[in-house]
Design a protein around this ligand. Structure first.
Ligand SMILES: Nc1ncnc2c1ncn2[C@@H]1O[C@H](COP(=O)(O)OP(=O)(O)OP(=O)(O)O)[C@@H](O)[C@H]1O
Length: 305
């Protein structure tokens, strides 16, 4: 369990994390979302004792990181791939970490096996691909068999097989009753992995809820209509007060009405329909809507539409 109370970090004139309270509970994967610069890394660094709060506190299993007697046995983290001494072999890297933390060599072999690196354990980590380096980082996080795990952008740069592996690993770690806290900008991936969400914007908590409640609260389903009589259908729907938005060629998105209502209207006006389907809202839709005011850096389109 991770708990924060009034957690704050100020860098000069910048308040990176602004009096936040939250709990990350065991047994589920909790996603940590926020636009660039929202304060995610700063929060994770404070959880891990790498940065000191300006005010407030954050604890792991009831204690601040620096007060944990055996930190690696309580919390494991993957912050940045390739943060490994490149000249060391994968085995030696883990062996040194284990030695420094009173962990047995048997556990080194176990974790290498768990992440699928046994065959390359004797190879120098400097020559590892990004995927292998990521697996080694995860092995280091798992070395102390901790009950709390933090992953910062764990799937960055990984191939689909690696992404699927990390997703399943995080879910199984949570199913074992561990606390799994993961940040990512990849919404589709997060939607598949996390059951709960903590959303932060400009250093403040914007949402702390389940994935399904977050999507339901911040985005709505709509209907995609494909028709060879699209212009006439669009005018008809607009005249009836429906909100529509253009989609790909030959298609229209319609909000606030059911497929049956659209079908009936089209039938009465003798307009042809080639597709009528409900589009479920995505995590990305919900996230974009909620954080629209919290985005610090907007791109500006070169040409106005
Ligand atoms: N060491 C530092 N000194 C000064 N400002 C900092 C420092 N670290 C972070 N910041 C600022 O604090 C704010 C939060 O940064 P942080 O890296 O925590 O955001 P983030 O949510 O992790 O962003 P990203 O998604 O881009 O990684 C940003 O405005 C950042 O510029």
């Amino acid at each position: 369990m991770i708990q924060a109370q009034g957690l704050t970090k100020v860098y000069g004139a910048k308040t990176a994390v602004d009096h936040i309270d939250f709990e990350v509970r065991p047994g589920v994967v909790t996603g940590f979302l926020g636009p660039n610069g929202a304060g995610k890394s700063t929060t994770m660094r404070m959880i891990l004792g790498l940065d000191h709060p300006t005010a407030g506190r954050v604890t792991v299993n009831g204690r601040r990181y620096r007060d944990l007697p055996a930190p690696l046995r309580e919390v494991g983290a993957l912050l940045e791939a390739k943060s490994v001494h490149g000249g060391r072999t994968a085995y030696n890297h883990l062996r040194c970490l284990a030695k420094a933390n009173g962990i047995s060599p048997r556990r080194v072999a176990e974790t290498l096996d768990l992440v699928g690196l046994t065959e390359v354990a004797g190879k120098r980590a400097g020559g590892f691909s990004l995927g292998m380096a990521q697996r080694l980082g995860i092995a280091a996080a798992l070395l102390g068999d901790p009950g709390v795990l933090l992953f910062d952008e764990p799937v960055n740069g990984l191939d689909p097989e690696g992404i699927r592996w990390i997703r399943q690993l995080m879910r199984s770690l949570a199913a074992e009753g561990r606390t799994v806290f993961v940040s990512s900008h990849l919404m589709a991936e997060m939607a598949l992995t996390a059951e709960r969400l903590l959303v932060i914007g400009k250093g403040r908590i914007l949402a702390d809820t389940t994935m399904s409640a977050f999507i339901a609260a911040n985005a709505s389903s709509h209907v995609r209509v494909r028709s060879p009589d699209l212009l006439a259908l669009a005018s008809l729907l607009t005249a009836r007060g429906c909100r529509t938005a253009p989609a790909e060629r030959g298609c229209l998105l319609v909000y606030g009405v059911s497929p049956a209502q659209i079908g009936d209207l089209a039938y009465a006006a003798r307009l042809r329909l080639h597709e009528l389907s409900v589009v479920q809202p995505s995590l990305e839709d919900a996230f974009m809507r909620l954080t629209a005011d919290s985005v610090e850096f907007h791109a500006h389109a070169r040409d106005a539409a």
